[in-house]
Write a protein that binds this ligand. Structure first.
Ligand code: ADP
Ligand code: AMP
Length: 215
């Protein structure tokens, strides 16, 4: 069974690689960013609070995120393995995750994959990111364009650009990432399950490396 954590900056390709892993390994993807965006769209109280942080590129508070993950990880579909994409992002979240896993869930992480992409790639990657509202697939205007320019798989529903994917928010998100990145890797290194992957290669080449790690 695979219980995977993806670390890496926004735009590193965590969502893109998760889609390959889901296809081949039958695990579920849990993206805190996607969960928060769904709450914002639904206009729930949690969504309203989260939106204030997200639009400025700041982290949503640990208590909100930990509460959300506690519920999500208790759902039965997580029993066959999961990928955590965008969580944990702080040491407090990482220790809370360990407590959830060793407590009622009685499982453990199998792989922590740090997808490493230098800052100079990130603005280009994120400003070109588009998402299909039809399938959820992630595209890029240059690196992975859709069959019909600007359109989802049905050829008529426009692809969506995330609100927080504009340049000034991206730079803030990157600096927030760097505040925690070394500490998180330091947290996971002693366990011997941390794998560093070069995320600058093509999506297929990156996935080849990840498959070698997951086996
Ligand atoms: P994350 O989930 O880490 O924020 P995404 O998977 O959404 O990142 O990828 C960000 C953008 O970069 C998307 O537009 C995606 O199509 C593109 N992308 C992902 N992996 C690569 C890659 N290896 N090379 C070039 N572009 C990529
Ligand atoms: P992402 O989709 O992972 O790029 O996340 C988008 C935004 O959601 C982030 O900029 C944060 O505001 C918020 N967010 C997502 N995951 C977390 C997390 N684990 N902790 C705090 N904030 C988060």
């Amino acid at each position: 069974m695979k219980n995977i954590v993806f670390l890496g900056p926004p735009g590193a390709g965590k969502g893109t690689q998760s889609a390959f892993i889901i296809r081949d390994y039958g695990v579920v993807q849990i993206s805190t960013g996607d969960m928060l965006r769904a709450a914002v769209k639904a206009g729930t109280p949690l969504g309203k609070t989260a939106a204030e942080f997200m639009k400025e590129g700041k982290l949503v508070t640990d208590d909100i995120i930990i509460g959300l993950m506690n519920e999500r990880l208790s759902e039965p579909d997580c029993k066959n393995g999961f990928i955590l994409d965008g969580f944990p992002r702080t040491i407090a979240q990482a220790t809370a995750l360990d407590a959830m896993l060793s407590g009622s869930l009685k499982t453990e992480l199998t792989h922590i994959i740090s997808l490493e992409v230098p800052d100079e790639y990130i603005v280009d990657r994120i400003s070109g990111r588009r998402v299909s509202p039809v399938s959820g697939k992630i595209y890029h205007v240059k690196y992975d364009p859709p069959a019909v320019e600007g359109m989802s798989e049905d050829g008529k529903t426009p692809l969506i650009q995330r609100d927080d994917d504009k340049e000034e928010t991206v730079l803030k998100r990157l600096s927030v990432f760097h505040e925690q990145a070394d500490a998180l890797k330091g947290y996971y290194r002693p366990g011997g399950k941390l794998h560093i992957v070069d995320g600058t290669k093509s999506p297929e080449a990156v996935y080849g490396e990840i498959k070698g790690i997951l086996k």
